[in-house]
Write a protein that binds this ligand. Structure first.
Ligand SMILES: Cc1ncc(COP(=O)(O)O)c(C=O)c1O
Length: 387
């Protein structure tokens, strides 16, 4: 087995899975706020575009992707962020953003160099760590703090560390905390990465799920040394299609493109045609934001009523909620399962997650309302038992 990944902990999910099975066996209705895979249907026009594109003769798709999709993405990006992208050299369609994030360090970490550290914030989406380890890089998780709005603060890290760093990952709007970053924050992080010659990667798969102002893209600050990762999964309800794109610095994007053919991850042609239809439409995205907003409001009210400490998310479909002193995420999650409610303990997202839980606004609006009623009782029972 690859020794670099032997040290990885499997998610501490066993106990929770057992409790989930027990709850199901008891015949409880399950309200699953665990995995971030919403249940709203993919808009019919996207499904139709895919079906229409399924060919009689199926041939290998190219890693470079369809020209019409790259041009559509470039148009969308310019309209949304005011940044022009060259569709020939600065955009690659991907099979979702996860694979693109995972494979990136395989191309950009030199295992023979002194400079093979990869910095990312913790708690985090686990793929920055996994991709780095598989590529032979050195992981440098930096704890994100509630008091610092969960922003990764490169200005607080020693320059000796930055000198040995190849890649920095940022992810705003952020999973799991829902934190958002301002343009001035992006400017600051970008400036530091430029100063040290570090590639700055920005996972922007939640920029379209916003409720207040529109979150910015890193490419608004600069392209040199910068790469962004986008996805249709959350924006358009297309998690099962596997479709996203990478864009940014021409040199980095073209080098990445050259080596991506080794991975066998070219996006299927018919998925790319569905993706084109999705990027061309904003109406369905606006509707999805409306649905997530309604769910968000249900839980903002509930958690306020329960006296829990949390920020109402301005973007993403996650709530990151602090538990009362001394309560672990796992203990609380197992208790909620007795009522059929599934949440993710903060520990699942690594260091810095202890004492929090995350919910993903996955069930329908109606189910969210039902779950909120049950949750109130579950929470009151939990607190009564503790006291
Ligand atoms: C922060 C973050 N990045 C990337 C992804 C991957 O998304 P996809 O591969 O579906 O585009 C997810 C999925 O949950 C995520 O939360």
């Amino acid at each position: 087995m690859n020794s670099k990944v032997r040290s990885l902990k499997a998610y501490p999910q066993d106990r929770l899975n057992r409790a989930k099975e027990e709850a199901k066996a008891k015949g409880l209705k399950i309200y699953d706020f665990g995995t971030g895979d919403p249940k709203e249907p993919t808009p019919p026009f996207i499904r139709e575009a895919l079906i229409k594109a399924v060919p009689e003769v199926s041939q290998y798709p190219t890693v470079k992707g369809r020209k019409d999709l790259r041009e559509t993405i470039a148009r969308w990006f310019e309209k949304r962020f005011g940044v022009s992208l060259n569709p020939e050299r600065e955009v690659i369609p991907t099979s979702g953003s996860k694979e693109a994030i995972f494979h990136f360090p395989l191309v950009f970490i030199d295992i023979d160099s002194e400079r093979r550290k990869v910095i990312y914030g913790m708690p985090a989406y686990p793929v920055y760590e996994r991709g780095t380890l598989f590529a032979g890089g050195e992981t440098v998780p930096v704890r994100l703090k509630y008091e610092e709005q969960f922003l990764l603060r490169l200005d607080k890290l020693p320059s000796s560390l930055l000198e040995e760093t190849a890649i920095v990952w940022i992810n705003y709007p952020h999973n799991p905390t829902g934190a958002v970053a301002s343009l001035s924050y992006l400017e600051e992080v970008y400036g530091i990465c430029r100063e040290y010659g570090i590639i700055l990667c920005s996972d922007e798969c939640y920029t379209e799920i916003y409720f207040e102002s529109k979150p910015p893209s890193l490419l608004q600050v600069g392209k040199e040394g910068a790469v962004v990762f986008h996805s249709l999964s959350k924006r358009s309800g297309m998690t099962g299609y596997r479709s996203g794109f990478v864009a940014g610095d021409e040199k980095i994007v073209s080098t990445y493109l050259k080596w991506r053919s080794s991975f066998g991850v070219a996006s299927q042609d018919f998925v790319q045609q569905a993706a084109k239809a999705a990027w061309e439409d904003e109406k369905h995205v606006e509707e999805r934001r409306g649905i997530f907003r309604r769910k968000r409001d249900v839980f903002a009210e509930l958690f306020k009523e329960l006296g829990l400490e949390f920020e109402v998310p301005e973007a993403t479909f996650y709530f990151w909620v602090k538990l009362p002193e001394g309560v672990s995420g796992e203990e609380y999650a197992v208790h909620l399962l007795n009522y059929g409610i599934v949440v993710s303990p903060g520990e699942f997202f690594g260091e810095g997650g202890e004492g929090f839980f995350r919910i993903a606004l996955v069930p329908t609006v109606e189910e969210c309302k039902e779950a909120a009623v049950l949750w109130k009782k579950a929470h009151e029972d939990f607190m009564r038992k503790r006291n």
